[in-house]
Design a protein around this ligand. Structure first.
Ligand code: PEP
Ligand code: MN
Length: 339
């Protein structure tokens, strides 16, 4: 199974940054024998707050053209309207993507589809920020009907009102359902916007590969700390190449259900381990408060409240036995740390 690797900065900031990031990505790909299928960069950035960096705009297109000419790697750019599609074509850029925010507006997506009609564009369609499979499929169909040369989808997760370890929680079931509905459609994962922080990216990328995703779109920057947008989630090209080389790439497996369940567990374990650590840190803060206010470390009533939260499945005695042991350990550890 051929995988598709897309990498590049969140935003095109300067000519130097665009070319240097591309140079390093090309070099790292060569050293690691990875085919860099597309170089990504946002020329126009949709940002949540008005004073944020919104990309170099049209000025970035000649820099990206230079990347294509120098290294023969096709470039892809996010577009939000028909005019941007035309500008890309003028600069010999024929791969564009629709971002998660634009993807919620079918009128705008249709205008982009009309602009790429019969013009040989490859279009990458990110999931809309709302978890609506019908809307995502509808957007994809608009580009298929517009005779796009190729259409690909990208799962970049969904904003979650709940506290979550990741910036945009993955809802793996949605891209899996998409794959079932459209088996020919390549579906990639964007672990950068999904995780929001570099440290989670390799494990989420592995989960995506385990599910059978067709590739990754990853944000890379030559100097991530200095990035003008999404600094925390951009990898260096070297980190990216290490991650790609380290991936356990499975072939199409005959036992998909097993792979799906294991990937779910992997996801839960990764979150659970971080949540447990965060719980411990809060418990440390409670210890400080108790110390300052001369409150006793052991508060039996409070602990009973905690125990109650874990009595959700009394019918499952084996599970309850495990929980009892777990709670005992949790309580002992908290008390020890608070002393
Ligand atoms: C991006 O890829 O640069 C981007 C803005 O992503 P998303 O639309 O997924 O937020
Ligand atoms: Mn970004």
């Amino acid at each position: 199974m051929k995988r598709i690797w897309i990498a590049g900065p969140c935003a095109a900031e300067t000519r130097e940054q665009v070319l240097e990031t591309a140079r390093q990505l090309v070099e790292q790909s060569r050293l690691a024998s990875i085919k860099l299928d597309y170089y990504r960069a946002g020329a126009w950035k949709v940002r949540s707050t008005p004073d944020s960096f919104t990309g170099a705009g049209e000025n970035a297109l000649p820099w990206l053209e230079e990347v294509q000419e120098t290294w023969q790697v096709p470039v892809c750019v996010e577009v939000m309207n028909a005019r941007q599609v035309e500008l890309c074509a003028k600069h010999d850029i024929h791969t564009v993507w629709v971002g998660a925010r634009t993807a919620v507006n079918p009128t705008e997506v249709q205008q982009i589809a009309d602009a790429v009609r019969h013009s040989g564009f490859t279009v990458i369609v990110k999931n809309p920020v709302i978890p609506d499979l019908k809307l995502w499929i509808g957007n994809i169909e608009r580009f298929l009907k517009a005779d796009a040369r190729q259409v690909m989808a990208v799962h970049r997760g969904f904003p979650d009102a709940q506290e979550n370890v990741y910036r945009n929680a993955p809802v793996w079931q949605i891209p899996i359902d998409l794959k079932v509905r459209m088996p020919e459609l390549p579906i990639l994962c964007d672990p950068s916007h999904l995780c929001g922080q570099v440290r989670w990216i390799p494990e989420v990328a592995q989960i995506a590969m385990n599910y059978g995703f067709d590739g990754l779109m990853t944000e890379c920057h030559c100097t991530p700390q200095q990035a003008l947008s999404d600094a925390e989630q951009q990898m260096t090209p070297m980190q990216w190449a290490e991650m790609i080389t380290g991936l356990d790439l499975r072939n199409d497996t005959p036992d998909l259900s097993l792979v799906k369940q294991r990937a779910k567990l992997e996801n839960i374990d990764n979150q659970l381990s971080e949540l447990l650590y965060q719980r411990m840190l809060i418990s440390d803060e409670i210890a400080d408060i108790k110390r300052k206010n001369h409150i006793a470390v052991v508060q039996p009533q409070q602990w009973q409240q905690v125990v109650k939260r874990y009595l959700k499945h009394p019918e499952d005695s084996a599970y309850q036995e495990f929980i009892d042991k777990f709670l005992e350990l949790l309580h002992q550890t908290s008390i020890k740390r608070q002393q």
